[in-house]
Design a protein around this ligand. Structure first.
Ligand SMILES: [Zn+2]
Length: 422
């Protein structure tokens, strides 16, 4: 099926609005901030195994031979329609049957993060949670990857309206010692922020952005040209070569760093305006470097439930169709040393389950993808849905026990700003 241009490109605000026009960054700052590595990105055809049903691109919506949008190809997805939103969220709230979650402190602890002193300081994989779906991952090869960075107070098109953080961001971008790759799961505001990606470019001008189909032109229009867009099951090789002219005295930096970055499926949706729904692709990602591998789940559902309060152990629940793509990812691209897996923004289930996993789904996703360890994300930062803000980690432990797995030590949560090693 031919791949064409995405006709629905949403507008982005002027960079000048944020005082970050490219021309406004003094050359001296750019020169100081330039990482001492030259990076190259190569798409690798036929790199990894692909499931049989992927070749027909069932997630592409085409018109006259061009891709005009994307869809979830399995019955495990249910779209949230305006009537579902009204009947299951708005009306119950009006009637007092659904309450806005209480975010009064204490909720989730926030620590000032500490990062490794140099690129080769550890032979472990090290992940630091920076809130919601943002992780900073230090690979033993020296590679540094930032996933879904959003550092604003609100995840919204507006600075004065929309969900506001109830836990503080643990640091600024200037605190991150290196950023080689930035991996974006999809276009929703809690995962992709224009001011944040501009800030990253300012502090880390060599950082390369990896995005799903349809988002490359959004970055380029915004003045960010180090960007590669990929379709599900596409693979790239990222190579970093030390620039010895700049860094000749620093023996602590490895001479070269390589990584495989793969775009993989998930079950979700996308959009930044009322007019661009599902016009860009939502993705999960695998990053492998220095013998360690991470699977980043992004934002995903797993099964669409039919009524509230279903017992996860009931035959009725277990008979619901589940998204087969996670088993495909595990069998064809796993195992992974670490899964970064969403566990929040799931209630009411009859409205949210198609696109947001609850912890019972998250543990199934963890098993399907063959991650040996996992950290829960997509909670503890913004109120996006109606579950109690501290419920996701409680249900996660219950879900692990019900699956016959240890409640802690395998699939955990951490404090915002905390680092875990694997
Ligand atoms: Zn989303």
């Amino acid at each position: 099926m031919p791949r064409g241009r995405i006709p629905f490109q949403f507008s982005i605000p002027s960079p000048a609005r944020y005082g970050l026009r490219k021309a406004s960054i003094p050359a001296s700052i750019l020169a100081m901030a330039v990482a001492s590595y030259t990076s190259s990105v190569t798409k690798v055809a036929d790199f990894g195994p692909v499931p049989d049903d992927a070749s027909t691109k069932p997630h592409h919506i085409t018109k006259n031979g061009s891709v005009v949008g994307f869809q979830n190809p399995y019955p495990s997805y249910q779209q949230v329609t305006p009537s579902i939103m009204f009947n299951r969220i708005v009306w119950p709230m009006v009637m007092g049957k659904l309450k806005w979650p209480d975010t009064m402190p204490p909720t989730v602890d926030v620590l000032k993060p500490e990062f490794l002193p140099s690129r080769n300081a550890s032979d472990k994989l090290r992940a630091t949670w920076l809130g919601h779906a943002c992780f900073y991952v230090e690979f033993p090869s020296g590679l540094r990857v930032l996933f879904d960075p959003v550092f604003e107070d609100r995840c919204s098109p507006f600075s004065f309206l929309g969900p506001k953080r109830y836990t503080q961001r643990p640091c600024d971008f200037a605190a991150l010692p290196h950023v080689d790759a930035v991996v974006i799961s999809h276009s929703h505001y809690d995962h992709l922020s224009y001011p944040s990606v501009l800030e990253i470019q300012k502090h880390h001008p060599n950082a390369h952005f990896f995005v799903g189909l349809g988002l490359e032109s959004w970055f380029k229009k915004g003045g960010l040209h180090n960007v590669t867009e990929l379709d599900w099951w596409d693979d790239t090789q990222l190579s970093l070569t030390l620039d010895k002219n700049i860094d000749s005295a620093n023996a602590r930096n490895p001479e070269s760093i390589t990584a495989t970055i793969s775009c993989l499926p998930c079950q979700h949706t996308s959009g930044r305006t009322l007019f661009d729904r599902d016009s860009t692709l939502w993705c999960s990602w695998a990053v492998t470097s220095g013998g360690k591998s991470v699977w980043f789940g992004g934002d995903t559902g797993y099964r669409a439930v039919v009524h509230e309060g279903m017992d996860p152990d009931s035959p009725e629940f277990r008979a619901l169709p589940t998204c087969p793509q996670f088993t495909q990812i595990g069998e064809l691209r796993g195992p992974f040393d670490l899964g970064l897996i969403p566990i929040g923004a799931y209630y009411p289930r009859t409205a949210m389950s198609g696109m947001h996993a609850d912890p019972y789904d998250s543990v199934d996703i963890f098993s399907d993808t063959r991650c040996s360890h996992a950290l829960g994300m997509h909670w503890g930062t913004w109120v996006l849905t109606m579950e109690e803000v501290l419920e996701p980690p409680r249900l996660l432990q219950d879900a692990m026990k019900r699956k016959g797995l240890p409640a802690t030590g395998i699939f955990d949560v951490c404090k915002i700003g905390e680092s875990k090693e694997y």
